[in-house]
Design a protein. Structure first.
Length: 198
């Protein structure tokens, strides 16, 4: 094994210990979550044992980081992201723009034209949302406010305020959105309602 690989593997132990302590997790709890024995975890953190891929995978999953981050791998030469669109039953399309687990995620939303008299179904959840309109007109209902955002305009708000996004009858809208884990659950995994990204 070459010298740089040795150095990389030696640095994994302290990084694992730091991640565990930052999250205030005991070795016993970590063992229960990952299926790796307490003694093995202890030896990995102390640098007395080299990590295997079978050990790194559940640890990366538990900490919400990539294996590259866990071993502090150098950046790869290809930063392109494979975009896999999420198609809604209402004709909306959501494109994930980030691939990093955890933290803030970026998405591009494309919503079909809506009806101006559509009755929005407002929702609330934990977190913050940031939206930037690329093309078309975005209708944002935020609490008592009914706003129209044009290309180049942005909105940022606490998502505990009842809110709804949709396109107007003038045509489809494309916008970027930065959302955290709670917002991701509400916007992406629940599945879009008619004429809405929520």
């Amino acid at each position: 094994m070459n010298e740089s690989v040795d150095r990389t593997l030696e640095a994994v132990g302290p990084r694992l210990k730091q991640l565990r302590q930052r999250r205030d997790v005991t070795l016993v709890d970590l063992a229960a979550e990952t299926g790796i024995s307490t003694s093995t975890l202890s030896r990995l953190e102390a640098g007395l044992r080299r990590p295997t891929l079978e050990q790194l995978l559940p640890l990366a999953r538990f900490y919400g980081v990539t294996i590259d981050e866990l071993v502090d791998a150098p950046p790869t030469g290809n930063p392109r992201i494979a975009l896999r669109p999420i198609n809604g039953s209402d004709g909306s399309v959501i494109l994930p723009l980030t691939r990093r687990p955890g933290g803030i995620q970026a998405y591009k939303f494309v919503l079909p034209a809506g009806a101006d008299d559509a009755e929005p179904e407002l929702r609330t959840h934990e977190g913050y949302d940031w939206a930037y309109v690329l093309n078309g007109t975005l209708r944002l209902v935020l609490g008592e406010h009914d706003l129209i955002l044009e290309p180049g305009e942005a909105a940022e708000f606490d998502t505990r305020t009842p809110h709804w996004f949709g396109a107007t009858s003038s045509g489809p809208v494309e916008f970027l959105s930065l959302i955290g884990k709670q917002g991701e659950r509400a916007h992406i995994r629940v599945g879009p309602k008619a004429r809405s990204s929520e």
